[in-house]
Design a binder for this molecule. Sequence first.
Ligand SMILES: Cc1cc2nc3c(=O)[nH]c(=O)nc-3n(C[C@H](O)[C@H](O)[C@H](O)COP(=O)(O)OP(=O)(O)OC[C@H]3O[C@@H](n4cnc5c(N)ncnc54)[C@H](O)[C@@H]3O)c2cc1C
Length: 373
Amino acid sequence: MTSKVLVVGGGIIGTMHAYLALEAGFSVVHCERDATPQSASMRNFGLIWVSGRQSGKELEVALRAREIWGEIGAKVPATGFRANGSLTIARNQAEMQVLEEANSMPDAVERGFTLLTKEETVALEPVLAGDYIGALRCTKDAAAEPKYLLSAMREYLKTNDNYQWVPNFEVADFTHNESGNHVTDVKGMTLSGDLVVFCPGAFHKGFLATYFVDAPLRRVRLQMAATVSLPKKLGHSVADGDSLRYYPAFKDLSLSALPPQSSIAAENFMQLLLVQRLDGSLTIGDTHEYVEPFGHELFEDPYDHLRGVISAIFGSSAPAIARRWDGIYSQSTSSDIYFRKTISPGAVVVTGGGGRGNTISPAIAEETMIQWR
Ligand SMILES: Cc1cc2nc3c(=O)[nH]c(=O)nc-3n(C[C@H](O)[C@H](O)[C@H](O)COP(=O)(O)OP(=O)(O)OC[C@H]3O[C@@H](n4cnc5c(N)ncnc54)[C@H](O)[C@@H]3O)c2cc1C
């Protein structure tokens, strides 16, 4: 008889588990607290960002994940997956020096790095006509559309008779006995499976709280925005030089020679990341808030800063901001790339992918499948 897997959480980590469990021949019951997921996976940039991953295990995981993303993109085009690549822009000589060093890293070819002059960058992306020195292109970076990704994947999964989607099911209790694993929701309904994976994202409280005591995890809040539609096409995702300070791929390069960040960027731990959505708008961000309790407000000055950086890189006024939001992710604070804990036979909690959670989600799910085999 086919083994039944319960997946708790409809974000990208849960959805990738559902996808790979079906591929592995399990039957899947997939439940979610909300009518449709509303959390980090819906609020992110949709970036599949290989360029910033640390050499070694983290890069390996990201490259494997990128392969699976490519397969999913081909099977489910409505995810908006596209191998669009990225450009990290150097606006001063110190940033250009770091890009040159990055382009000489032993794994630069695996990452699909090429160093471009400003003229070569403009030839590739005429929108980027502003004042800068050059760019590091990464052809392995890709993007999907967070607004459509999860629903597109669920529609695809629903074509398989072995898949059942159970929205509005907030798990409040979990038991394991000789008949398997059982979850009960707040209304007293029960779902059972031979195996269960909990993918609760940044919801570290509730019935799972006991498993998170002393877990090497923190929550991080980000502020984001979307502009009005840009009439011109920008294929690549774009990052500014501040991103070099945050991504571990670059941690051993000449970061100490970088000029200080602007005060607003430093206070809010900011970088510019930008991706054009299929509707022409630009998703831009981000700030990072590491200490709880988080604020609840969205502030204007980080967005002014981001629009200033965009205007400088575009050489023309940045499009106006149309929408703002924030989001919270769960991040592993240990040397583990993410958090995985077996809580009873056949029951595992998986979260903590941090700002790379979307990128590595298929590889995280694949690791669970390997353990279940
Ligand atoms: C603003 C922002 C931008 C980001 N940008 C990127 C990016 O471009 N690239 C990248 O790689 N990563 C990015 N990340 C990180 C990435 O979005 C997250 O790591 C990833 O989405 C986490 O997925 P998840 O499924 O673990 O969590 P979530 O998306 O939070 O999903 C968890 C789900 O579990 C459900 N749930 C929780 N508890 C229960 C329960 N008791 N019962 C039933 N359901 C429950 C929740 O309702 C939720 O839908 C970003 C994050 C943020 C916040």
